[in-house]
Design a protein around this ligand. Sequence first.
Ligand code: LFR
Length: 471
Amino acid sequence: MPKERVIAAVDLGASSGRVIVGRFSGEGLVLEEAHRFPNGFHELNGNDYWDVGGLLAEIRTGIRAAKERFTALESVGVDTWGVDHALLDAGHRLVYPVHAYRDTRTEPVRDRILRAGDAEHLYGLTGLPVINYNTGLQLTETLETAPTVREACDRVLMLSDYFNFLLSGQAVNEFSQASTSQLLDVRGIGYSKKALEYFGVPAKWFEGPVRAGCGLGSLRGIDGVDGVTVSLVPGHDTSCAFEAIPRDGNSLIVSSGTWNLVGTICDAPLLSDEARELGISNERCGDGGYRPCKTLLGLWLLERTIPAFQNRPASDAEWSALTRAAENAGTPSTLIDLADESLFNPHDMRGAIDAQLKRRGGTPPDDLTGYFRLICASLARGIADTATSFASIAGREFDNIVIVGGGSKNTLLCKELADASGMTVTSYALEATSVGNLGYQLLALGEVSSVTAFHDIIRPRLTQRRYSPQK
Ligand code: LFR
């Protein structure tokens, strides 16, 4: 009987965080949730910030709970959303508050870049479209509003890297997370000197980046938790999610949560004019490989619309009832335009959706059932259209869409997606982000020889559901 390895994924999302324990025996991976907590940014005087101290306290609570339940716990790994970062001085103290990517502070910077016609140049350097939340744009805005930061700051760590530092004392920039910054050289494995110069960012602020799948250092600072290593996993949650999925050659992948990330893993970046026009981000995997994907608005639309209703679902049974009712509701005649900026961070999401529908000659739904149907149909249409463009840009034929993340449990979204795309949709019942995170820890521990070897072991136990197009 091979030795069981007990490891834990710390997976922070913009709306919730979790610590998931994985027990790996060589026959498969068994998951158990040790801790789950809500997350959200706070608006202070018109800007949006993360509560980093609060998040660290939740991470510690989760790791302590994992260790209490499984004394054999030997490793933890951290992933978070992309682009957000901590600015640190030489003694690793914060020199500026940690802003949340929904903050609209960077819109003027974005508009200036687009007006100057520099998007193509930056795409050629970094493989990323100009999105207002990219780290490069955020740093430009920071340096313009607070010029003294240039002197005070010695190092920038992306959020997952910063939590790794707080947990282990080791400050490194991890590869997949670095690739969300728009500062990496899309054709190489280092930072782009030209991109750093363009955004006015001192090169010394970033190091490496380091590939995931190695040990970082001993976990420190949690009473009663000894003998645990912090392993370096892909720090970007989307990378973890994509890399969790066994590859079968012709599936397009959708990681569906706050955002819908639609893409694939391949050997080379997609850098054509068409790729740029579609807004494909050539992000990177933990091992440095390419993971081109298009970022679309996701379940954030629903999360932010639900609070407008008294009768919001509170249990699985109520969610099922809402789903059934929405399935029987009429097909919406006008769908939501997912590219509309007014939906990025409105104070009143329902109001923003209604205003958009009216502008486009549509009629707002009457009740939550109607919004649920409208949002699922709109997200499905957005993914399906992206799938068609993506296939032609990548020169590949996709005959299946694999969906993971919160959206994979949303049966209405999966059905709508099969109908809108004309492809089968396979939803995997797995905590994909945590599984990808855990897979890289096993690599770091020498328990598996590669991510592919990890896939071969977990594949037989994966539960999937298939949706075929009905229209
Ligand atoms: C998903 C995600 C996306 C990225 C967005 C902002 O959690 O990481 O990949 O586009 O958040 O970082």
